[in-house]
Design a protein around this ligand. Structure first.
Ligand code: NAP
Ligand code: ZN
Length: 389
């Protein structure tokens, strides 16, 4: 199993400087199909730098859509995966699970897309499509298996999936969403992960007008949560560790901003004043933290939803839950119908992520800036400009 990689990001040098590198494990044949060579950006090993590399996308099946990718967002999940923070992963890895592009070809059974359409892809590219979850449009909870956009075994091919830090991709049509006419393409890309991941729990638990909402962590997901909650008429509070984000949070519609200090003995200042206050708290923190101080801020029947760190949740006490009939829950991205809904809803209502557009050779630096909490608020990789020029 071989991957053709290069140490340069510049296509014109690519032919001269390629080298053939064997993959680091048995999981990841990078070149297997012959759907077309594609320039991609990924890591050869865990915690390795992002390289330019060539991959081959599979040939089109009857229900597939081929997409020329234009913009792909950088999610903190990409960083967890590249860094090995979520356990052993298959390498080489091409991350990227929130992207938009233009349809270049469709299989003969595809009716929803035509070449030239704008299309988006999120965190999933396949599922069994037949279980109760899939039939309900909840493919992310497929009872058999959901195929993630990258680093998943590919049911349509012999290897693993490779994501959206690439110039082209082939995706089963059910897992492709339509991008409305006139949408700003770069700022639509993050809706495919950060948008849907925050929209879905608000839909499920019916966050509505007049409710008191809090988001913990104002990053890629968090700032989308804030914008969505404000648009729904909720009264939104932001808990941030970054004092300099307060001004932005107010500009995005927050009513209150609380700067909290995770390592302090009393992490939340004036916590007593907020006890029993919130209907809905959403955590987007990428690492496990003690939620005990936050639980007491939930009012009767309030819910704390974690979409951040997948690890153990510390600080959950039975008493804190039954004292006010509080709940803790988690939520995973969103199903395909709801992903189309969030894209349509945000485009129709002018709800846009705040983005910083970068080129592929800036991805390593972008990761460091996400980890330092300095991105405002989502990096989006421009995969089109050098192709066009
Ligand atoms: P992000 O842009 O890095 O935002 C996370 C924010 O959390 C940071 O901006 C920072 O906000 C705060 N934060 C970071 N480290 C912290 C720490 N050690 N202690 C306390 N606060 C901290 O990340 P993201 O892309 O929004 O993703 C957030 C998490 O959601 C990641 O773990 C990602 O893997 C996960 N995720 C889950 C799903 C799902 O389906 N459930 C989908 C996508 C992503 P402040 O500066 O405001 O404190
Ligand atoms: Zn993501």
């Amino acid at each position: 199993m071989e991957a053709v990689v290069t140490d340069t990001f510049f296509p014109e040098k690519f032919a001269d400087r390629t080298e053939t590198v064997r993959t680091q494990n048995n999981l990841s044949p990078i070149v297997e199909h012959h759907g077309g060579p594609t320039r991609a950006y990924g890591a050869l090993r865990s915690n390795g730098p992002i390289h330019g590399m060539n991959i081959d996308r599979r040939a089109l099946m009857p229900d597939d859509v081929a997409i020329d990718i234009l913009y792909c967002g950088v999610c903190h999940s990409d960083i967890h995966m590249i860094r090995g923070e979520w356990g052993e992963q298959p390498f080489p890895m091409v991350p990227g699970h929130e992207f938009v592009g233009r349809v270049s070809a469709v299989g003969e059974a595809v009716t929803r897309f035509s070449p030239g359409d704008f299309a988006g892809v999120g965190c999933m590219v396949d599922s069994c499509c037949a279980c109760d979850s899939c039939k309900a449009g909840l493919e992310q909870y497929c009872i058999k298996d959901t195929t993630l956009t990258y680093a998943s075994p590919d049911p349509r091919g012999p290897g693993q999936t490779y994501g959206g830090y690439a110039e082209r991709i082939v995706v089963r049509d059910r897992f492709v969403v339509k991008i409305p006419d006139g949408a700003d393409l770069a700022s639509t890309a993050p809706l495919l992960c950060s948008g849907i991941t925050t929209f879905s729990p608000m839909q499920h638990w019916r966050l509505g007008s007049g409710q008191r909402f809090a988001v913990i962590g104002l990053g890629g997901l968090g700032h989308m949560a804030l914008k969505l909650a404000v648009h729904r008429g909720a009264e939104a509070t932001v808990f941030t560790t970054s004092e300099d984000k307060a001004k932005d949070a107010y500009a995005m519609g927050a009513k209150d901003v609380v700067v909290w200090h995770p390592a302090a003995t009393d992490p939340i200042p004036l916590v007593g004043e907020m006890t029993n206050r919130f209907d809905f708290m959403l955590s987007t923190i990428p690492f496990p933290f003690d939620i005990a101080p936050f639980l007491q801020l939930l009012r009767l029947d309030g819910i704390f939803v974690n979409v951040g760190a997948p690890g153990a949740i510390a600080g959950v006490s039975g008493g804190a839950l039954w004292g006010k009939r509080r709940s803790i829950a988690g939520s995973c991205i969103g199903g395909m119908p709801e992903t189309q809904d969030v894209v349509d809803y945000c485009c129709a209502n002018g709800i846009r992520p705040q983005i910083e557009v970068i080129l592929p050779d800036q991805i390593d630096d972008a990761y460091l800036r996400v980890e330092r909490k300095s991105v405002r608020y989502r990096f989006v990789i421009d995969l089109a400009s050098h192709r066009a020029g």
